[in-house]
Write a new protein. Sequence first.
Length: 334
Amino acid sequence: MNTPLPHALRHFARWAALPLAAAALAPAVHAAEKFTLLTNWYAQAEHGGFYQALATGLYEKHGLDVTIKMGGPQVNNVQMMVGNQADCVMGSSDLQMIQARAGGVPVTTVAAFMQKDPQVMIAHDDVKSFEDLKGKTILIAQTAHRAYWPWLKAKYGLDDGQSRPYTFNIQPFMADKNTAQQGYLTSEPFSIQQAGGNPTVLLFSNYGYPAYAATITCMESTVKERRDTVKAFLEASAEGWKSYLENPAPANVLIRKDNPNMTEAQLDYGVKKLNEEQMVTGGDAATLGIGVITEARAKQSYDFLLEAGLLDPAKVDIGQAYDVSLMQDVKVLP
């Protein structure tokens, strides 16, 4: 026979059960979803928005547990993504990713966090324009031949006889006044100035070069199967870029942790140039949101590759190479 509980114990039992009932009614707490971004180079200011979103908890706020892996000269980031080492990759440009698609890898570019490509030509101070590069020795990487070099040749009459391999070292440029070299707006000009040079810096995008930069590209299957996750990553990243350009300090701590060779002075220079040229916030981003890709700009890149003979239209459909809808839904204004 059950013996009734004393009144005080019955009251305690009802009180003790309340947390259990509340827990049963509360919504389940979901663990943050893991997501890995592989960048295109060693950590630097050009990656600042992603590191800022990590440093300030923006990814966590959007329900993500994000890992940023560094790329580098020996890293094929698309190949690593195919091998499931990353969920999405940061591309140097959308041109690179269209060509990857044409090569048989089903990748789709969903965002471009730089409306301008930071690629520049760096020359000595006797050069004032691209036309002045005629007759100069021009140091370019092998990848340039499938990107900006055909554009320079067609537009300014430069020729293959002028080109020599670029070794990512400024010393040949410093030693020869008749030499020009490739670079990034936010990087090599600073190094050359620090070494005592007074370079002329010509930013391709200010002269009609169509490429986007700091792109986010994923496998087509990832965009389809994890669309909400990819969108959450892009939105947090856009917020991170907005924050980074205002106060880069949180991200810079993480950047220097990943890349100890990066100096505060170099980072400061990079952020200054990103702001001065409105690399992230200018163009269509000013009204449509940070990271936006428009169909019109995408077509310019696609058409450039066709005209330069760098793309077989039978091998890639522009509608598969890009998905512009995700960033149009996000719309984080500068």
